[in-house]
Ligand binder design. Structure first.
Ligand code: PEP
Ligand code: MG
Length: 905
């Protein structure tokens, strides 16, 4: 059979989206259901693609098919296109497989010309209506098909109104509109050098061509890039008999949702506009009525519409959004689709539909978007309508309001005196941690979604907007500017981590009911959203195979993690335990130590501090496994910035000063010079690939020995108090089997000796991170000396791609836009590359050691698509920031229920 390019609405169904587009497939479905849909047919996406592939040539036979279907349509309607006595008019609308609202072209009223406009007058008895329809056609056709600048038509309408001394389009009468039609024809001819085509079949052909062409207009291309829609899908074209909502007060047009898309309420929601055509609604040119008020003006159509809404919901088993028109009291449905909704509404609707028996619990669970779960907990901006001064990346969800401060120290001081602050930085470093955790929110002008600020903010549940590059941060001047706006220290600023928007001033925020419920508010616990949360999380926990742990470094974070359902700690980073004045001083002593004794003294000073940290964590996690990672970052991070220090020393020397200010502390010049020498000594061009992780442990053996001793002593202390510490010690950044075997030979005796001293017994698991490609490739060997692997997919992504984690923000956006990477690989595991390394490591690791425990602790552990991938890979657990634990639990449940990952969809 030759290719079939055109389908009558009676031939299609809702599952044919890829061929008929979303609109076409659903029009066909509604037609099959016997709902009142004006007759019509669909030219397929395949025809569009064939047209594009052939250099803008319709495929053979397509126009003949269109002609046949048009004849059927004419027969069915009892009218002919272009008939001077009683013309059929049609709409030509785009409709791609995925909704791309307003991105492509549509033309209404096709089939009118100088003769048929008279026929329309006769048939409708309204010359005003007929001439208004003709002028709308000229305007739309001129603009979208013939490429005339739309302003020229608008200006002509404005002039006509001015000449008549009226303000409203409705005050133009038939004569005025007739004049406008002539004027519009002149504009078309003048602008394009061509006459408006009077032949309706020619209009139709050009209309179809214009819709096909609009798939490649800039708006549509940009929209697809942003929403990751495949360019090769093409759009269908729907040709449908026109119905008119602008035939008087017994006509109208509207949009209806079967439930409230904002809060999920099970009641119809939408707008109705009396005596108007579809484009008037979008243009917002007149006041709309609330949908339910339609009952006052169109009681019968309203009754019918409600019945159809119920039918559609029952049929689609989901909330539908519907476009409809009432023509002289007769209701017509013009479009339906599954309606978009907020995260909140999504949960409420799923719960209601489950209670109503519309869907079962697993269908409901699979419908939830795990990516948006966190939104349920966060504060939101209560008032709408404020204008943003800048937009960055929505790096950590939630809205926050506070006074702008520009250093971490200021954030701390201001917060201590009870002032809410937003910490504004170009970017943050580990030194800013103390200020970040005291801030309501964090705003940076540089850095991506995996920058330090973003990772820490997500980890701490602090809203953050990162990489708002229109903002100039003046740290010295304690202000930031964006365009004409300046926000100085102490002035209010509001950020929205859901949208990435930044507002000057203090907007009102509201608490989420689910957060109130979680913290025990009995009233909030009665709310449906909480019931929905409990129900679907329980189901996810019931079915999931992956365990979910948290990345937590403090007892406070551990508590947060447990409250959210964490089953252990998958990554306890120990670097934060080396910050704070007293500890940094000890670390510096260790770095500067001139002798083994001096170095040991520094370890002795650090040991009790570390032990207390671990006691807190083991106590909080009682009975649950805690993976403690030995120190990872390069040592220079504990020293002052090289350039700052060099400048300070040079200045002091030039001015003959005897002291140099270093990090707020006055140091004798000699000591500052000594420090500078050490900083220079430790300086690395590529610190991420330098002396860090296991390499640090090898170069400074006392360091890891001290940490192991602190861990074991803490575990013994907790155990002695009746607790049950479950200890896993993890060595970072290993690339070879030998690194691990040598370190284990050094460290295991320390653990044994400590246990002996304490008179305790304890099983300790020794494992490593797999975060270098080499480690993944020799995982079989590494597993001989490691009892568990935890995939450090942040570093693994960095090293597999050779993309710097810290600098990638500068061009990653462009890479994503141009589809040079399938998605941001620091957010979602790159399955083809990084995922392949994980697969090799898992298989070869387990082949070498059966029962090897496998987990992931990179940021990807809280990304739903990556969680599903980990499920498919057969890992034992994922570990993510405490606030993402519910997300990972839900995603793991959905994976077990069979939700496919994005890459394998
Ligand atoms: C990783 O690299 O994925 C990891 C968890 O370690 P870090 O982010 O601390 O380097
Ligand atoms: Mg790492």
């Amino acid at each position: 059979m030759a290719d079939k390019y055109v389908y009558d609405f009676e031939e299609g169904n809702k599952d044919m989206k890829n061929l008929l587009g979303g609109k076409g497939a659903n029009l066909a479905e509604m037609t099959r259901m016997g709902l009142p849909v004006p007759h019509g047919f669909t030219v397929t996406c395949e025809a569009c693609n064939a047209y594009r592939d052939a250099g803008r040539q319709f495929p053979d036979g397509m126009l003949d098919e269109v002609a046949t279907h048009l004849e059927n349509l004419e027969e069915g309607m009892g009218r002919r296109l272009g008939d001077p006595g009683d013309p059929l008019l049609v709409s030509v609308r785009s409709g791609a497989p995925f909704s791309m609202p307003g991105m492509m072209d549509s033309v209404l009223n096709l089939g009118l010309n100088d003769q048929s406009v008279e026929g329309l007058t006769k048939q409708t008895g309204s010359d005003r209506f007929a001439w208004d329809s003709y002028r709308r056609l000229l305007q739309m056709f001129g603009r979208t098909v013939m490429g005339v600048a739309g302003d020229r038509f608008e200006e002509a309408i404005e002039h006509a109104k001015e000449a008549k001394g009226v303000h409203n389009d409705l005050d133009l009468d038939a004569g005025d509109l007739r004049g406008l039609v002539e004027e519009f024809k002149g504009i078309v001819a003048d602008d394009t050098g061509r006459e408006f085509p009077q032949d309706p079949k020619e209009q139709l052909r050009l209309g179809i061509e214009a819709v096909f062409g609009s798939w490649d207009n800039k708006r549509a291309v940009d929209y697809r890039r942003k929403n990751k829609i495949d360019d090769s899908l093409g759009t269908a074209v729907n040709i449908q008999a026109m119905v008119f909502g602008n035939k008087g007060d017994d006509s109208g047009t509207g949009v209806a949702f079967t439930r409230n898309p904002a809060n999920g309420d099970p009641a119809p929601y939408g707008d109705y506009l009396v005596n108007a055509q579809g484009e008037d609604v979008v243009a917002g040119i007149r006041n709309t009525l609330k949908l339910e008020q339609m009952g006052d003006v169109q009681p019968r159509a309203w009754e019918e519409l409600q019945a159809h809404m119920r039918t559609l919901e029952q049929h689609y088993r989901d909330m539908c959004d519907i476009e409809f028109t009432v023509e002289q009291a007769k209701l017509w449905l013009l479009q339906t689709r599954i309606g978009k909704r907020t995260a909140f509404a999504e949960w409420v609707m799923a719960y209601d539909m489950l209670s109503e028996g519309l869907i079962d619990v697993d269908t409901a669970s699979l419908r939830l978007d795990a990516n948006r779960l966190e939104e349920l907990f966060k504060k939101v901006i209560a008032e709408g309508g404020a204008e943003a001064i800048a937009t960055g990346l929505n790096a950590s969800p939630g809205a926050a309001v506070g006074k702008a401060v520009f250093t971490a120290d200021d954030a701390e001081v201001w917060a201590e005196r009870g002032e809410p602050v937003i910490l504004v930085r170009r970017e943050t470093t580990p030194d800013d941690y103390h200020g970040m955790i005291r801030s309501q929110g964090v705003l940076t002008s540089a850095g991506g979604t995996n920058s330090h600020a973003a990772v820490v903010a997500r980890g701490e549940g602090i809203p953050a907007v990162c990489g708002a590059d229109a903002i100039r941060v003046d740290r010295q001047g304690k202000k930031f500017t964006v365009g004409q706006t300046t926000v100085a220290e102490g002035e209010w600023v509001t950020i929205d981590g859901f949208t990435g928007k930044v507002y000057a001033g203090q907007l009102d925020l509201a608490d989420s009911p689910i957060e109130r419920a979680r913290s025990g508010d009995p009233e909030a616990r009665k709310e449906k959203i909480w019931q929905a949360y409990e129900r679907f999380m329980a189901r996810a926990d019931e079915v999931r195979r992956l365990k979910v742990r948290a990345n937590a470094d403090t007892p406070g974070q551990s508590g947060n993690a447990i409250e959210r359902g964490a089953e252990g700690i998958g990554l306890c980073r120990t670097e934060h335990m080396f910050l704070g004045e007293e500890r940094v001083a000890a670390v510096r002593t260790m770095i500067f130590a001139g002798s083994a004794e001096e170095e040991q003294a520094a370890y002795d000073a650090l040991l009790p501090l570390q032990r207390d940290d671990f006691v807190g964590i083991f106590t909080a996690m009682d009975g649950k496994p805690v993976t403690v990672r030995l120190l990872d970052p390069p040592l220079h991070e504990f020293l002052p910035d090289q350039v700052d220090l060099a400048v300070s020393v040079a200045l002091a020397k030039q001015q003959g000063a005897s002291e140099v200010e270093v990090g707020g502390e006055a140091l004798p010049l000699g000591q500052a010079e000594e420090m500078l020498a050490k900083v220079n000594d430790l300086h690395e061009t590529n610190p991420m690939l330098g002396l860090r992780g296991v390499r640090l442990g090898i170069v400074k053996p006392g360091l890891y020995a001290m940490q192991v001793r602190a861990i074991i002593e803490a575990a013994c202390q907790v155990k002695a108090g009746g607790g049950n510490p479950v200890v896993e010690i993890m060595i970072p950044l290993a690339a070879t089997r030998e690194e691990l075997s040598q370190l284990r030979e050094e460290l295991e005796p320390v653990a044994r000796q400590t246990l002996e001293e304490q008179g305790q017994e304890l099983d300790v698991l020794w494992g490593t991170m797999i975060e270098l490609p080499r480690a993944a490739l020799v995982a079989g060997e590494i597993a001989e000396v490691a009892e568990f692997f935890s995939f450090g997919t942040n570093d693994l992504t960095q090293t597999a791609f050779g993309f710097s984690r810290d600098d990638i923000g500068k061009f990653l956006g462009m890479y994503e836009e141009r589809k040079l990477v399938p998605a941001n690989p620091f957010v979602t595991i790159d399955q083809a590359g990084v995922g392949r390394l994980m697969q090799i490591a898992s298989q070869e690791g387990r082949a070498s050691r059966s029962g090897l425990k496998l987990g992931i602790c990179g940021e990807h552990g809280g990304d739903p698509d990556s969680v599903r991938f980990c499920h498919e890979l057969g890992l034992d657990y994922v570990s993510c920031s405490p606030f993402r634990v519910p997300t990972a639990r839900l995603a793991a449940g959905q994976a077990a229920l069979g939700k496919a990952t994005a890459a394998s969809k």
